[in-house]
Design a protein around this ligand. Structure first.
Ligand code: PNS
Length: 161
């Protein structure tokens, strides 16, 4: 059985992530979404909120699970008995950032091969950091995130409209 890990901060999960999750879930028997707990950074959304939103988004996909992880990605990959790490590439800038990470991960664990998926062109400008920036100015993020994120934010009083 092939298993892949799709890791990220997901702060918050974007429409681009959802597209990649859907495509990756079709390529592997099992997909584990790994939500990074980064104690060095203060995320906009708590770990619990990020996991909850992702679980709601993938609830109709029986081969996808969502977990949080702390520490090295390669260790999480090993715990999950995964064969691959899936990352999305929006641009050459992403590639510059991702290649050394993929190589470092491979050096630490030869079972942790990274598979890159080209982001769909309509999401090439979408990022969690852009969402957080737009939110600082109360700008509309409805094109950037799935409905679940908008609903969560309304229910938790994070947006006024
Ligand atoms: O969504 P992001 O923030 O781009 O995801 C980055 C992530 C979670 C994939 C990366 O920061 C990560 O793997 N962190 C865990 C620590 C680790 O293993 N770092 C790589 C060692 S070189």
């Amino acid at each position: 059985m092939s298993t892949a890990v799709f890791p990220g901060s997901f702060d918050p999960v974007t429409a681009g992530h959802v597209d990649l999750i859907r495509r990756a879930a079709g390529m592997f028997d099992r997909l584990v979404i790994g939500v990074l707990v980064n104690s060095a950074k203060k995320p906009l959304f708590s770990t619990e909120a990020r996991v909850e939103m992702l679980r709601e988004i993938v609830r109709d996909h029986s081969n996808i699970t969502v977990c949080s992880f702390e520490g090295l990605l390669v260790e999480f990959v090993e715990q999950q008995h995964a064969d691959a790490i899936v990352r999305g590439l929006r641009s050459s800038g992403d590639f510059e950032y991702e290649l050394p990470l993929a190589q470092a991960n491979y050096k630490m664990n030869q079972k942790a091969d990274t598979v890159f998926l080209a982001t769909a062109p309509e999401y090439s400008y979408v990022s969690s950091s852009a969402v957080r920036e737009l939110l600082r100015y109360q700008a509309d993020i409805s094109e950037y995130v799935p409905e679940t994120v908008l609903r969560y934010m309304k229910e938790h009083g994070m947006v006024s409209r």
